[in-house]
Design a binder for this molecule. Structure first.
Ligand SMILES: NC(=O)c1ccc[n+]([C@@H]2O[C@H](COP(=O)([O-])OP(=O)(O)OC[C@H]3O[C@@H](n4cnc5c(N)ncnc54)[C@H](OP(=O)(O)O)[C@@H]3O)[C@@H](O)[C@H]2O)c1
Length: 287
């Protein structure tokens, strides 16, 4: 049986991906934010897939020590139940913040969750991904287009905070990380994809956001597609044979990403900065 880890799996797109992968007969390891939401999601999935193999892990992935704890638990579970192998990792957990807010470790929250958490979790799961010839996905967004990574002040410490700007930058980082990952690890049989889910009717814009963002999101959500739609793309990328080609996917096909994400010097700069910010001596090396 193949195994997938899905973060942000207790609601929205991640929950729909978990459903789609259970329907394909995969073992699904859900990663949720809170224990309470994790138990609710696990209960609903157990009812829908009584024969399904699944387990839930919880942690605030904005905090790097929590990413490490969840990664330790996942690696222990994989060693016990899956010969240490992981066939797919979906880094999907994400958030929107209206105001400049930092994690307990002092990192800007959208950057910390939407980019660094996936970077660090992938690093920690690299031995399992290597054993499984794994595929890694990041939930990016069309909003990664027409923006730049502010290498001089990536966490908006000095520049005026822009909620949308920080979100767009984090989603550009997803595409750049996926591209950099492929340059480094495709030769080893590993593969990364960035997925644009489209506009999806989830509650993301209502969580820890201000009145204006909530209002705008209420209007946008009404135009959104159900989460099952992008989940089909993730399922095809996890399970498709032969291995799907292409970097950036939307609605079941390869789509155009911002060419800025292809600048290898910027990819490498982001990679090195992310290693530094996560305290990683060498990505994919000792975990
Ligand atoms: N909806 C869209 O139109 C759209 C478009 C483009 C990209 N995306 C991306 O899609 C991904 C999923 O979002 P969604 O729309 O499905 O919204 P969602 O239902 O709110 O999903 C986000 C998930 O991330 C989890 N999460 C939030 N903060 C977390 C934290 N600190 N630690 C661990 N987990 C945390 C949430 O858990 P809790 O609910 O328990 O906090 C939730 O399960 C995000 O990366 C988002 O940026 C969405």
């Amino acid at each position: 049986m193949k195994t997938v880890v899905v973060t942000g799996a207790t609601s929205g797109i991640g929950f729909a991906v978990a459903q789609a992968m259970l329907a394909l007969g995969w073992r699904v390891l859900l990663v949720g934010h809170t224990l309470e939401n994790g138990e609710k999601a696990l209960g609903a999935l157990c009812n829908a897939f009584p024969q399904g193999e699944m387990a839930c892990f919880s942690g605030d992935l904005m905090q790097q020590r929590e990413v490490h704890r969840v990664a330790d638990e996942l690696n222990a579970y994989l060693a016990l139940h899956a010969q240490g192998r992981l066939e797919a990792l979906v880094n999907n957990a994400g958030a929107v913040r209206t105001w400049y807010t930092t994690t307990q470790e002092g990192l800007e929250q959208q950057f910390a969750l939407n980019h660094l958490a996936g970077f660090l979790l992938t690093h920690r799961l690299m031995p399992a991904l290597r054993l499984g010839g794994g595929r890694m996905m990041l939930t990016s967004s069309a909003s990664h287009k027409h923006c730049r990574v502010h290498f001089d002040d990536i966490m908006y410490r000095r520049r005026r905070y822009s909620a949308l700007g920080a979100y767009k930058q984090s989603k550009l980082c997803n595409v750049m990380f996926a591209a950099a990952f492929n340059r480094r690890y495709a030769a080893e049989g590993l593969r990364a994809y960035a997925v644009d889910p489209g506009l999806v009717a989830t509650d993301i814009g209502f969580k820890q956001t201000g009145g204006l963002v909530k209002l705008v999101w209420a209007l946008r959500k009404a135009q959104g597609v159900p989460a099952e739609r992008p989940a089909r793309t993730f399922a095809a990328l996890c399970a498709g044979e032969p291995e799907p080609a292409g970097l950036y996917w939307y609605d079941g096909h390869v789509a155009r990403h911002d060419p800025h994400a292809d600048r290898t010097a910027d990819q490498d700069r982001l990679f090195a900065l992310s290693e530094k910010l996560c305290g990683i001596a060498s990505f994919g090396g000792n975990v």
